[in-house]
Write a protein that binds this ligand. Structure first.
Ligand SMILES: *Cc1c(COP(=O)(O)O)cnc(C)c1O
Length: 374
């Protein structure tokens, strides 16, 4: 057996859509991006969606249009992919790290409140591995404290909080289409919002700060002389990517259904092991299982790293649990101690989960873990 940690779910339809975009003669940001944005917004229940080159650039854009800059602080989890904090630095601000609840691996309103200062401008929780944060208390807290809220929803496409999709809560929410996430366009990102003025600002920001889009200028019956009223970046998605994204989006419910079946299989088999803790999903959450993690408990006969090596020896790829950003050299200057984050990053491991995974492969992973932990 040779089981990867993840595998994108791409097929003939995506190939054909990419070819059609190439043949159309319009390959940069154009009509397909617009269609992808509209379809995406509808899917998550947001008024507007703005496509970007990645979730990292989406986060940068969201922070910038929220007025974040030098001297400001943004509260983020440390237990996240490094891009979460990097985007804050890209925007010129300082990330401040909140600890997590070890049961959900997510920040909570309590851990956020502990690190808010008068310099805090934005709170940026992460729906880690697609597991929705407990959003309502955080929304209330931000309203009371007059803080902007940006959701790092890189992994959370199709996840739901209290029956509503992530991205549908009216806050700025940023998604990723990297192949490691639930649906992919190669690279790519999306920002959702219900605010038309913010959506317009985002469109300019990702397009060199230009007053008019390429497609508007192309289809205009009158000559358009564009202006550049503010600084912008080139964060534009291509129509080739958007064409692929539209097909992926149409498959999303099916992809999540399959991921949840595999997760249920893991839950059922691994929750009985005394040396392992499996994720417990609260009532409020519908989890897309972008990743499946287990915590290796102190009672285990082998350490987390030995478990990973022994699984690799059996042909099963794993990854360490989510990194802790504050333990990386560049972020030493933030200077914080986060006990739950530090424990979880050392004791968790991600195991294979992807839609094309076969039942005998899932069974082999379970059998192998049980053997090693015996
Ligand atoms: C993957 C990821 C990102 C970065 O997404 P890209 O599209 O690769 O830029 C940001 N935040 C989190 C939580 C992620 O998992």
């Amino acid at each position: 057996m040779n089981i990867p940690i993840a595998r994108p779910f791409l097929g003939r339809e995506e190939e054909e859509a990419a070819v059609a975009a190439i043949r159309s003669g319009w390959v940069s940001q154009g009509p397909k991006v617009k269609e992808f944005e509209e379809t995406f917004a509808k899917y998550v229940g947001a008024r507007y969606a703005v496509a970007t080159t990645s979730c990292t650039t989406a986060l940068h854009a969201a922070l910038a249009v929220s007025g974040v800059g030098p001297g400001d602080e943004v509260v983020v989890p440390s237990l996240s992919f490094i891009a979460t904090a990097n985007a804050v630095v890209h925007a010129g601000a300082k990330p401040v790290f909140a600890d997590i609840d070890p049961d959900t691996c997510n920040v909570t309103v309590e851990t956020i409140a502990k690190v808010v200062t008068p310099r805090t401008k934005v709170v940026m929780p992460v729906h880690q591995m697609g597991f929705p944060v407990d959003l309502d208390p955080i929304i209330d807290f931000c309203k009371k404290k007059k803080l902007a809220l940006i959701e790092d929803a890189a992994c959370a496409i199709g996840s739901e909080y209290k029956g509503k999709s992530i991205g549908g809560y009216g806050n700025l929410a940023c998604f990723s289409f990297h192949p490691r996430k639930v649906i992919t366009t190669g690279e790519g990102g999306m920002i959702t919002t219900d605010d038309s003025a913010i959506a317009e600002k985002l469109r300019r920001f990702r397009h060199h700060g230009m007053s008019v889009s390429d497609i508007e200028r192309h289809t205009s019956k009158e000559v358009v002389i564009e202006t550049y009223p503010e600084i912008g970046y080139n964060y534009r998605m291509t129509d080739i990517q958007a064409a692929i994204g539209l097909i992926q989006l149409a498959k999303l419910s099916r992809i999540i259904r399959r991921r949840r079946e595999i997760a249920a299989f893991y839950d059922n088999a691994l929750s009985r092991s005394p040396h392992i803790k499996v994720p417990v999903v609260p009532e409020y959450a519908y989890h897309n299982y972008q990743s499946y993690w287990v915590e290796v408990l102190g009672s285990s006969p082998v350490s987390r790293d030995v478990l990973m090596q022994k699984l690799l020896d059996k042909g099963i790829a794993t990854r360490r649990g989510i990194m802790a950003i504050h333990l990386e050299r560049f972020y030493y200057y933030v200077g914080c101690v986060l006990p739950a984050t530090e424990a979880i990053t050392r004791s968790t491991v991600l195991i294979p989960i992807y839609p094309a995974m076969k039942e005998d492969e899932t069974a082999y992973v379970i059998r192998s873990i049980k053997e090693i932990l015996q």
